[in-house]
Ligand binder design. Structure first.
Ligand SMILES: [Zn+2]
Length: 375
């Protein structure tokens, strides 16, 4: 520390330290001990969010609380606001269904949440929430085509009254029922920061579409409109359920995705590399991560119902290129998979265990029965 510090400087430093220490516990996106702050909004944020705040410089100006100089006025302002007061001000009327991202979510969701709160002030005024709360939404999205994988502009309509999301190629092309709809941002897999994977069930099988829009607000509004439609549908379908029971069911991210090798039911077919997705109790595999539907879906039940997963393969069986085996035992058969690395093997087993360790819900027995009698 500089030895020529004056007494006022020291006092200032202690004041800043005591104010910052009093406020610092967790950032707005749930990162512990945030080291950045917006001195125009009075909030403490993590390093990653500080970058997003920098993009809206007309609203938010950020500084490091450790590395940058702070004036006493700025410190007093931080003390007078802080994260709790800012939440009370900017998050007054966030709709229950609206997705509140954390540091685990993609940049688009976090950036649009910051813009919605501070730039557009959407949660101070219900009229500004119309794009996702009106129960009806239409617009154009780029949708990945099935043949060559090129993106084509398609008109989409979400209608709560009809209970559907549909898209058009002149005529309605596909009609997805709101009760089986899911949406999850997949920037890495789709290869664009705004990429959204939308799934629905058709005859109990998962169907995927991949869409994006250049405008980040539009894309996140679509996502929240889907959540709103699912929320309103579920409130009617499950009148006894509380809001906190329904919210986790509106949309879900996948438990785990990645490549593994698999063999067929006889275990002598040879191992092939496939893209696997664990979506709740469905383990699906695809030839290409962006395929419209899975080559196969496996129901993963619970321990009480004789589902288990173990590291390794039966004796005399080996993967093709890879060697870290996983055996999934279901009441009907064993599934043999192989991972590239030991770490991957551990992660997949842990992911499968979270599902197996959870007792099955009554409606999940119906799904299991469907899988058993699948032609
Ligand atoms: Zn953050």
């Amino acid at each position: 520390m500089c030895l020529s510090l004056k007494k006022e400087d020291l006092e200032m430093l202690f004041k800043a330290l005591s104010v910052f220490c009093a406020h610092l516990h967790v950032s707005l996106c749930h990162v512990a001990d945030p080291e950045w702050a917006s001195y125009t909004l009075g909030v403490f944020v993590c390093l990653s969010c500080s970058g997003l705040h920098r993009n809206i410089a007309q609203i938010s100006k950020v500084k490091s609380i450790l590395l940058d100089p702070w004036s006493s006025t700025e410190v007093e302002f931080m003390d007078s606001v802080g994260n709790n007061a800012a939440k009370a001000k900017y998050e007054q009327i966030v709709p229950a269904f609206y997705y509140r991202p954390t540091h685990k979510d993609c940049i688009l969701l976090r950036e649009q949440w910051i813009r919605a709160k501070y730039e557009r002030k959407e949660f101070l005024c219900v009229e500004r929430q119309e794009p996702y709360s009106a129960g009806y939404r239409e617009g154009f999205l780029w949708k990945r085509g099935r043949d060559k994988g090129q993106y084509l502009s398609r008109k989409f309509i979400l209608s709560e009254r009809e209970g559907v999301l549909k898209y058009f190629n002149k005529e309605p092309k596909t009609i997805m029922r709101i009760n089986t709809l899911n949406a999850t941002f997949q920037p890495t897999k789709i290869g664009t920061a705004h990429g959204l994977q939308i799934t629905h069930l058709k005859d109990n099988s998962t169907r995927n579409i991949f869409v994006y829009q250049e405008d980040g607000k539009e894309m996140v509004d679509w996502f929240n409109a889907i959540r709103a439609a699912r929320f309103h549908y579920m409130q009617v379908a499950f009148p006894g359920a509380s809001t906190s029971e329904l919210l986790p069911k509106l949309t879900r991210n996948y438990i785990k995705e990645g490549y593994m090798e698999k063999t067929g039911p006889k275990h002598t077919e040879g191992f092939k590399k496939r893209w696997f997705t664990l979506d709740d109790r469905r383990l699906m595999y695809f030839k290409d991560p962006l395929d419209a539907y899975a080559r196969g879906e496996v129901f993963i039940g619970s321990r009480e119902n004789s589902y288990t997963t173990l590291p390794g393969l039966p004796p005399n069986i080996q993967g093709y290129h890879w060697q870290f085996g996983i055996t999934i035992v279901t009441p009907d058969r064993k599934f043999l998979l192989v991972c590239e690395t030991e770490e991957d093997q551990k992660d997949w087993i842990a992911a499968l265990q979270t599902v197996i360790n959870r007792p099955m819900l009554p409606q999940e027995y119906a799904v299991e029965a469907y899988f058993k009698h699948k032609p």
